[in-house]
Design a protein around this ligand. Structure first.
Ligand code: B3K
Ligand code: ZN
Length: 861
């Protein structure tokens, strides 16, 4: 029997035994026989004579110490152990690897004929033997030798030499002056089209910018380039951080496990997160690209210059960098809409993770496979934790804290505590209690009870916090609680307490706290947890009328949307309780008047008209009532469509966009597309023509919305539109991903057969994570009725795929298993069916560590 994968613990951290003063790497590229020579200068830290290097799937050709073949070497499946070493030595290791057969997309692999690397978290060990951990920093000099069919040979830093070799091959040599950990190493070799531009930093240095894309795709690169320039300018103006090399390169590849990777000076991107033209990409794609380009760029300071001591500290760079990219998007676009996006991600995915077997604090304490911890908790909840500090400190002190953090730790590998300490020292605020957010997992609950004392004109609020476990002994968290009080006319009431006026937020620090607001002339409507000022579940019994008041008057767009979501949530719950699936007239009336007046941001209006996602609704129930949730949601959508038909028709006909990417046009498209989505559920005369004319558009947002509407209502035109789309876009896999995803959301019993048939479609490929996510990911996420079919066919489809992916790409398999992780939230029959799939996996010969960790946790419950 093979040994069970072993977990690593944060508490066991030990500093590295050796320093690496420099590393010179030479790659002789060949699809199955790439030779990697690694020469490093090493020094023992505490006189240690034993050195353990990480290495996986490597063929060791030679290992020399100070020029001599070293004999005291032991090889294990995951390491190379050298003993009897002197204090200082030169280590030369030669290994052979096979990029062509590397389908894990980790280490060095081939993506459509181009060599590329992915080293975070622990992929460098698939390239050579090394101390593959983030706290071993060194300077890299990299020589790449390749055939002339790979004209571009790229690595981190600056190119210092290049030339041809006698055998017809050529080479390039790169030097990165900044010390970095191995996870930030990158190499790319291939033939590309290149978009070049430049950026002048605020101190006047010229930086060359280069974007490498597959040949023929140059016209889809300008948006990413502009996004990069905007990101560089924004980081200078908001964070006072400037770029530090002479060149910044981005390479787009088709085979990639996630969105992108922040390798120093040489980002590698999933082509889906770079390529965009109005014909091929939706407005949402444009927005996503801008934010990911920003995110990777922002890592240059938060991640690369200051990096993590160990992988348990991942949120140090990811939470902070997500916060920074969210702020970038909000400063450039609509703050309200960006907040809505962020909260939806939290409620749809993070709360579910917190409630399942993979629940972990933003700084996990125990890990088997690190890749399993690039989670919504570490990233998105991590960003919420940074945001709470920002709320507590305010922008000025927060920025002071950032400056101090960078000044103290530039060039170091540090911990989350180091970050919070810098924030404390710079602001003078005590964040000791706040640090608990790094160690407690689960979603805390805040219960609010209010009372109005007419005679004293006093409004009293009692706030109780409860840990997710209901564990009363767990120490209370420090929670910033923003709120607004609205009077009857919808005006904001100042928050006057005995201690003075509350400007920023209430500090919740105890299990139970009481606040008294003075000079409140009439009973107010409270806007609680304004802007989702903390990642908690709020318990407060709002009435529909109070929520409608907030919808009309709250100062925050986010709060208005939130009120509408609450209204829908209450309506869905009471419909399920009563078996009466009718939406309250007051709600329909409010929606109708919003559409009639068409005031404000139309993109926000489109969001206001949207029901909460299935997962958000599901999180309200102990046992998820699948059929009832789907039926009620459909019923409510039909009722909204019917009640608002005329208003929507009028609005639809009165609005037109010019096709530009300006916020105004984007908003018009968002609203019109939402209108069409509803109208297609009615007998409106406008629908036929609208579907046709939108589908004929050369703007992908407009076109795709037509197909989406047709699919959602299974309109007669659906089959024809699907087939026309296929003929038009079959040559472009990124566009076909949208087509695959819509097939997966088909609301009928034929969808499973359809998906099986699509496995044979020429554009589909199981080894490509984008295709798998588009088809199966969308099915499991966006088609709850079919995925959770009571005959188990949906689960079987996913189970079969996971077994295949386990052998091809464990990282992707592990991400795709997410829907099974919540198996305990369902009824008995579904529980058994999902368990059966998990058990199938548990018994699988050669189960990867990635899946093992999740399957074991899921079944242990
Ligand atoms: N740091 C990378 C993610 C690496 C994931 C490794 N499984 C991208 C990012 O967060 O910017
Ligand atoms: Zn990141």
């Amino acid at each position: 029997m093979t040994q069970k994968p072993q977990a690593k613990y944060l508490k066991d951290y030990v500093a590295p035994s050796h320093r690496v003063d420099s590393l010179a790497l030479t790659f002789e590229l060949s699809p199955r026989n790439t030779i990697v020579t690694a020469i490093s200068e090493c020094s023992a830290v505490d006189g240690e004579s034993r050195l353990v290097l990480d290495g996986v799937d490597l063929e060791l050709l030679s290992c020399q110490v100070n020029g001599e073949e070293w004999q005291a070497v032991e090889k294990t499946p995951s390491s190379l152990i050298l003993t009897a070493l002197p204090a200082h030595f030169e280590l030369k290791i030669v290994t052979k690897i096979s990029p062509q057969t590397n389908t894990s997309l980790e280490g060095l692999y081939l993506s459509d004929g181009a060599y590329c690397t992915q080293c975070e978290a622990e992929g460098f060990r698939k390239i050579t033997y090394f101390m593959d951990r983030p706290d071993v920093l060194t300077t890299y000099t990299v020589t790449i030798i390749g055939e002339s069919k790979y004209p571009y040979l790229l690595s981190n830093g600056n190119k210092v030499q290049e030339g041809s070799l006698e055998d017809g091959r050529h080479f390039a040599k790169w030097h990165d002056p900044h010390k970095k950990p191995s996870y930030l190493f990158a190499l790319v070799a291939g033939d590309f089209d290149v978009l070049e531009d430049s950026y002048k930093t605020k101190s006047g240095r010229d930086v060359k910018l280069a974007l490498f894309v597959d040949t023929g795709n140059l016209h889809k690169a300008p948006h990413a380039m502009r996004s990069l320039q905007k990101a560089m300018a924004w980081d200078e103006s908001r964070f006072d951080l400037e770029y530090d090399l002479d060149i910044y390169m981005i390479v787009a590849v088709d085979f990639f496990n996630m969105g992108a990777m922040e390798n120093k000076g040489l980002n590698v991107f999933n082509s889906a997160c770079v390529l965009a033209s109005q014909e091929t990409a939706t407005d949402r794609d444009f927005h996503t690209i801008e934010s990911i380009v920003g995110h990777e760029y922002f890592h240059n300071w938060t991640g690369n210059r200051v990096t993590c001591r160990d992988w348990f500290q991942l949120s140090l760079k990811e939470g902070l960098t997500v916060f920074r990219d969210q702020e970038f998007s909000s400063d450039l676009g609509s703050r309200g809409l960006n907040r809505i996006d962020a909260v939806m991600a939290m409620r749809t995915h993070q709360f579910a993770e917190d409630a399942g077997p993979m629940a972990h604090p933003i700084r996990p304490e125990k890990v088997i496979e690190m890749n399993n911890f690039y989670t919504v908790t570490v990233y998105n909840k991590g960003a919420e934790v940074i945001r709470m500090m920002h709320t507590l400190l305010g922008e000025v002190h927060f920025q002071k804290g950032m400056q101090l953090y960078i000044e103290r730790h530039d060039g170091q590998a540090v911990t989350c505590d180091d970050f919070v300490n810098a924030m404390m020292d710079a602001s003078g605020m005590d964040l000791t209690q706040f640090k608990l957010w790094y160690e407690q997992y689960g979603t805390p609950r805040l219960n609010v009870v209010t009372e109005y004392d007419n005679t004293k004109q006093r409004y009293i609020m009692t706030v109780t916090q409860r840990h997710a476990d209901n564990d009363p002994v767990k120490a209370p968290l420090h929670i910033p609680f923003k709120l607004e009080l609205l009077d009857e006319q919808g005006q904001s009431i100042p928050l006057l307490t005995q201690q003075g006026e509350i400007k920023r937020a209430l500090d919740i620090t105890e299990h139970e706290q009481r606040f008294e607001f003075e000079q409140v002339a009439t009973k107010p409507v409270p806007v609680l947890l304004e802007d989702f000022s903390a990642p908690v579940l709020l318990e407060y019994s709002y009435t529909i009328d109070e929520l409608l008041h907030i919808l009309r008057f709250a100062r925050s767009d986010y709060a208005r949307w939130e009120a509408m979501q609450q209204i829908f949530m209450i309506a869905v719950k009471s419909a399920i309780d009563s078996g009466e699936y009718t939406l309250d007239k007051r709600v329909l009336g409010a929606l109708s008047s919003l559409v009639k007046t068409l005031e404000g941001d139309l993109a926000l209006l489109a969001e206001l008209l949207s029901l909460p996602t299935f997962d958000t609704l599901a999180s309200q129930f102990e046992t998820i009532p699948v059929e009832a949730l789907v039926t009620v949601s459909n019923a409510f959508e039909s009722q909204i469509a019917k009640a608002l038909q005329q208003d929507l028709e009028l609005a639809y006909a009165s609005l037109s966009d010019t096709g530009s990417l300006e916020a105004h046009d984007v908003a018009i498209r968002a609203f019109k597309n939402k209108a069409l989505y509803y109208l297609v559920k009615t007998d409106s005369n406008l629908v036929e023509g609208a579907l046709d004319s939108q589908f004929a558009s050369d703007n992908m947002t407009t076109k795709l919305a037509s197909l989406k509407a047709a699919v959602s209502a299974e309109h007669d035109k659906m089959a024809q539109l699907f087939s026309e789309f296929d003929s038009q876009w079959r040559h472009d896999p990124l566009v076909m991903d949208k087509w695959l995803a819509l097939h997966a959301s088909l609301p009928n019993d034929a969808v499973i057969a359809k998906i099986n048939a699509l496995y044979d479609h020429p554009c589909f490929e199981k080894g490509n994570p984008n295709r798998v996510r588009a088809l199966i990911g969308s099915f499991a996420r966006n088609n709850p009725a079919q995925f959770h079919r009571i005959d188990g066919k949906g689960y079987e489809l996913l189970g079969d795929l996971l077994i295949e992916l386990n052998g091809i790409n464990p990282q992707n398999a592990s991400r795709m298993i997410t829907p099974f992780m919540s198996w305990q939230r369902f009824d008995e029959t579904r529980q058994q069916l999902m368990r059966a799939q998990l058990t199938r996996l548990a018994n699988l010969e050669g189960l990867s560590d990635d899946l093992y960790e999740k399957v074991e946790k899921a079944l242990a419950q």
